[in-house]
Design a protein around this ligand. Structure first.
Ligand code: ADP
Length: 162
């Protein structure tokens, strides 16, 4: 039977920190669905959901058991609809934990058969977030070590347009 895991996020844009979590999750489950979701706490993204999906597809094309999708609904409902057994979230610093813990408890209440699994980031990505990438790039800094090479130029171009 398929064991399906969901990696949700805003991915605006995907970073190598995200990619690390996705690749490690893909080793543990038969299928990983990376789902771009709307985070109401982060309005006005740099990229549209369609662009974020395209970026993730380009960066994960070498991992055969990864699929990419979009959802503007509740994560718990989405996970149930896909028959997922797990939601995998990456944890960077302790401050990630409080919010993630609340979300995990809520999702457990709404989808009792779906487990939230926290994967600790590899140390070199501890500081890395989409916001850090956008900030460095907007000051003309080099983002080569932070984003997959497939999408680096798209990010630079978009930031320059703004
Ligand atoms: P961000 O916090 O960068 O805006 P998202 O909302 O897109 O990211 O996050 C999606 C998931 O990826 C979350 O579980 C988040 O904790 C995780 N994540 C983001 N960056 C990293 C990283 N550098 N290392 C490990 N996990 C990460």
């Amino acid at each position: 039977m398929d064991s399906i895991a969901i990696c949700p996020g805003s991915f605006d844009p995907i970073t190598i920190g995200h990619l690390n979590i996705i690749a490690r999750t893909a080793k543990m489950f038969s299928k990983v669905i990376v789902v771009v979701m709307i985070n109401r706490k982060k309005p006005g993204g740099l990229f549209t959901p369609e662009e974020r999906i395209d970026f993730i597809k380009r960066c994960t094309s070498d991992i055969p058991n990864v699929e990419v999708d979009f959802s503007d609904g509740l994560l718990a409902d989405y996970a149930i609809s896909k028959g997922a057994v797990a939601i995998v979230k990456g944890l960077r610093v302790l401050s990630d934990y409080e919010d993630e813990f609340k979300q995990a408890l809520t999702n457990k209440k709404l989808a009792k058969d779906v487990e939230t699994i926290f994967m600790v980031t590899d140390t070199e990505y501890m500081f890395l977030s989409s916001s850090v990438v956008k900030e460095i790039c907007s000051f003309g800094g080099d983002i080569s070590d932070f984003v997959p090479k497939e999408i680096k130029q798209d990010i630079i171009n978009r930031i320059r347009e703004r």
